[in-house]
Design a protein. Structure first.
Length: 420
């Protein structure tokens, strides 16, 4: 049996001060381990604070099995990790830190004050009391034999630890610290890394100058978008480069993969999802009189100007006024929009890709570097917005922390099979 005093003398280096690294530091320091958290920026939790500007959507209240399915083809891998730290545990953790949560009308869960800063202050204060050493302005450079190397303001330094957690994020929001430079460092060590790609992102559209002048920055609300059989309802935003917004983000992974295969993707917009095709056709059979085509659509369907502008973007725009009621109604219910490519990764909310699950065991430890664990967006998974991103990030941090404890208690244990 391990001596508790000996176990508490074990040193753990956590690299990355985002939610995954912070959760692991909290759990491990509470168990009495000597934890040092290294962050390349001057302070920790910068992406968490950025997320807080939108109210800090922590997680979601839907049934846990439906929740897990939001992780797509990684649902089977993440299922046990999220069951071990489910949304209810995340809410309880918040309340331990003095931040009560509530369920919004959409089922999303937020802190009552909608802010991240009070939660982050309480969290870091607790960890300081538990003995966590916060090491800002330490930029990880890889390994020198079995030592970690860091670039600091005083030059390069090396550190030896009994266990290491890497939680450096993906490649979105590089100004906040996640720039994906770790990819080459892991590949140098023989770790398989799927290419990092933008997720929960916008997509490029070749708008006309006339449309851009009138509608760039305008939202298109209450629509449904569809790619093949998958649908999302909500809002999209017209931008100078294309489209973004919640409904687009919900299908972003499918759109991105379609573009990867075919170099473009055509989605279909239902510009009036609250009216069925027959009712729409009936309304369009009313005489137009002397109204302009735009005013007719606005009056008959309450179609907003930006939606009418989209119709005017079509090559056949000069013929629309001569369409039958059925043909025009069908177009409004299934408007084709071709997307050319995702916005740059540094504009994405999150990233897909990362270290392959085949490279880690069930405790998220690298198979070819015993004692080194991964968590958060460094791993190859993605999820839509709505609380799923933060939930899995924190859950993997908690899972890796438990794995570190197991490893330190029995470092001679045979490495298990890959988690895939």
């Amino acid at each position: 049996m391990n001596n508790p005093a000996t176990m508490r003398s074990k040193t753990i280096a956590i690299i990355g001060g985002g939610p995954a690294g912070l959760m692991a530091a909290d759990i491990l320091s509470a168990r009495g381990f000597q934890v040092s958290l290294y962050e390349r920026k001057p302070s920790v939790g910068r992406k968490l604070l950025m997320a807080g500007r939108g109210g800090l959507n922590l997680t979601h209240s839907e049934d846990i099995e439906l929740f897990i399915q939001k992780y797509g083809d990684r649902a089977g891998i993440l299922e046990s990790i999220i069951h071990a730290f489910p949304p209810s545990a995340l809410r309880a953790w918040c309340e331990e830190l003095g931040e009560k949560t509530f369920i919004g009308s959409s089922g999303r869960i937020f802190p009552e004050n909608f802010k991240a800063s009070p939660l982050l202050r309480a969290w870091t204060a607790r960890m300081e009391k538990q003995g966590v050493h916060f090491m800002p302005n330490y930029e990880w450079q890889g390994w020198a034999q079995d030592h970690l190397t860091f670039k600091t303001s005083d030059g390069t330094t090396t550190i030896k630890a009994d266990a290491v957690l890497l939680a450096l994020g993906g490649a979105s929001w590089p100004r906040l610290g996640s720039d994906g430079l770790w990819v080459s460092l892991l590949e140098k060590e023989g770790v398989t890394v799927a290419p990092l790609q933008p997720s929960n992102c916008g997509f490029c559209v070749h708008w006309s100058s006339v449309f851009l002048e009138k509608f760039a920055g305008h939202p298109l609300k209450g629509i449904t978008i569809c790619l093949e059989s998958t649908k999302a309802y909500g809002e999209i935003m017209i931008t100078a480069k294309g489209v973004e917004g919640g409904a687009i983000y919900a299908l972003s992974s499918l759109i991105r993969e379609e573009i990867n295969k075919k170099y473009s993707a055509t989605i279909h917009l239902d510009l009036k999802p609250d009216i069925n095709l027959d009712s729409l056709k009936e309304r369009l059979q009313k005489p137009r009189g002397r109204k302009s085509f735009s005013n007719y659509l606005r009056g008959a369907l309450n179609l907003p100007p930006v939606a009418i502008g989209l119709l005017m973007e079509l090559p056949e725009r000069t013929m629309l006024r001569d369409y039958s009621a059925h043909k025009l109604a069908s177009l409004i219910k299934k408007y084709p929009l071709t997307l050319q490519g995702p916005f740059p990764i540094d504009r994405a909310i999150s990233t897909a890709g990362g270290a392959a699950f085949e490279s880690v065991n069930e405790d998220l430890m690298l198979l070819n570097k015993p004692g080194v664990f991964l968590a958060g967006e460094m791993l190859d998974w993605e999820a839509p917005t709505g609380g799923y991103l933060l939930q899995a990030t924190i859950a993997t941090g908690a899972h890796a922390a438990r794995g570190i404890i197991k490893w330190l208690e029995n470092p001679e244990k045979e490495l298990s099979h890959p988690l895939s």
